[in-house]
Design a protein around this ligand. Structure first.
Ligand SMILES: Cc1cc2nc3c(=O)[nH]c(=O)nc-3n(C[C@H](O)[C@H](O)[C@H](O)COP(=O)(O)OP(=O)(O)OC[C@H]3O[C@@H](n4cnc5c(N)ncnc54)[C@H](O)[C@@H]3O)c2cc1C
Length: 332
């Protein structure tokens, strides 16, 4: 970057040489912003493999890329990202920094904002132009309320919700330029102790025609029996769950559906006691038909569901199974 004009920066999210899809939402958000404020977009990649990832991204997107190769950053370190990006953001004179709202992005974005004296808006789902200003929309209370935020600072750091902006249109003339920089940055306060790969995702989830998923509304582990009994009435069915259910150890992580779990697209998805947080919806919104069972009539999952059952799952599921068994008996 040689001139001092303002820009919109996008920080790519990649792991073990592979770009995370959430990067595309962040690019799409930046392009939308660019249309509103008429500033150019530049992508930033960081880490050991930043050059390779950066060249691929420039080729694909047609956008200019700054690739910062950091030999010490073989694995993610929030402190390194914060330190290096604070220099990059100042050098680029970035008015907006769009960061994917992944686990990594959510980790370093607020620290970066503090370092560069920027406002930080987390989990941005849309951007609009309101009374001569850029307005960011974020969901609160598991998607029940949408808050609109404007910022007062020269620089704004955003984390962009995966699945909110979609894949940008890259039908452009030619590949973008790549600037590769090498940088030393040793973390002073933290040290990565290595990475642990998660267990493979449950292949049963990707192959299932019907997924019955349990959320925190299940109440207790013993109620999983209801979910399993409901799944058992369908051929080619599997049991999935939201993150709290996996965190509680009621289901295995390979059964988790959502941005940090599996992305599924079954014929039917039955969400039982799941509120409908974006992180969960991102993983199941491609299901053909969605049924949600929830005691809260205002649960956000009802905005996505084709059938909304406003009932207590501990009463509804046994009643449904009883009806099923009764109709089966009548047929035979
Ligand atoms: C970086 C990041 C990544 C994440 N990744 C994921 C992910 O991959 N997958 C994921 O699922 N989450 C993920 N989360 C967590 C996510 O934000 C939500 O916290 C989570 O999805 C909420 O799970 P839930 O709907 O089961 O629980 P809650 O939000 O607590 O909802 C429970 C629901 O059950 C209903 N309920 C209560 N009792 C009953 C009853 N008896 N019968 C019927 N309904 C009842 C309630 O009305 C409520 O709507 C992530 C979060 C972060 C920050």
């Amino acid at each position: 970057v040689t001139d001092n004009s303002q820009r919109i920066a996008v920080v790519a999210d990649h792991f073990q040489g592979r770009l995370r899809p959430a990067t595309f939402d962040a690019i799409a958000c930046a392009l939308k912003l660019s249309g509103l404020v008429d500033l150019p977009v530049r992508i930033v990649t960081l880490g050991e493999d930043a050059g390779t990832i950066g060249r691929d991204l420039a080729e694909l997107s047609g956008l200019p890329v700054t690739a910062i190769e950091i030999p010490e950053a073989a694995s993610y370190c929030g402190e390194v990202y914060k330190t290096v990006l604070s220099e990059v953001v100042s050098h680029m004179n970035a008015a907006y920094v769009c960061i994917p709202a992944t686990t990594q992005g959510s980790d370093y974005a607020p620290a970066l904002a503090v370092r560069v004296d920027a406002a930080c808006v987390s989990g941005v789902e849309s951007v609009s132009w309101r009374q001569g200003r850029v307005c960011f929309a974020v969901s609160l209370y598991a998607g029940k309320i949408v808050q609109e935020v404007v910022t007062e600072t020269d620089c704004t750091v955003l984390t962009v919700l995966p699945g909110s902006f979609g894949h940008p249109d890259f039908s452009h003339a030619g590949p973008g330029t790549v600037e590769v920089i090498s940088k030393d940055c040793k973390p002073q306060q933290t040290r990565s102790m290595g990475l642990q790969a998660p267990a493979d995702l449950d292949s049963a989830l990707s192959e299932a025609a019907v997924i019955v998923s349990a959320g925190r509304g299940l109440g207790k582990r013993e109620n999983l029996d209801l979910i399993r009994r409901l799944a058992a009435i369908f051929p080619k069915a599997a049991v999935g769950g939201s993150r709290p259910v996996c965190d509680a150890g009621w289901l295995e992580y390979k059964q988790q559906v959502g941005i940090t779990g599996a992305t599924v697209s079954p014929e039917v998805y039955v969400a039982c006691g799941i509120s409908g947080a974006h992180q969960h919806i991102s993983g199941m919104r491609e299901a053909r038909f969605i049924i949600a069972v929830n005691t809260d009539p205002n649960a956000a999952i009802f905005n996505t569901a084709d059938i909304c059952v406003n009932e207590d799952l501990t009463k509804f599921i046994p009643a449904l199974i009883d009806e099923w068994e009764k109709s089966n008996r009548e047929k035979s």
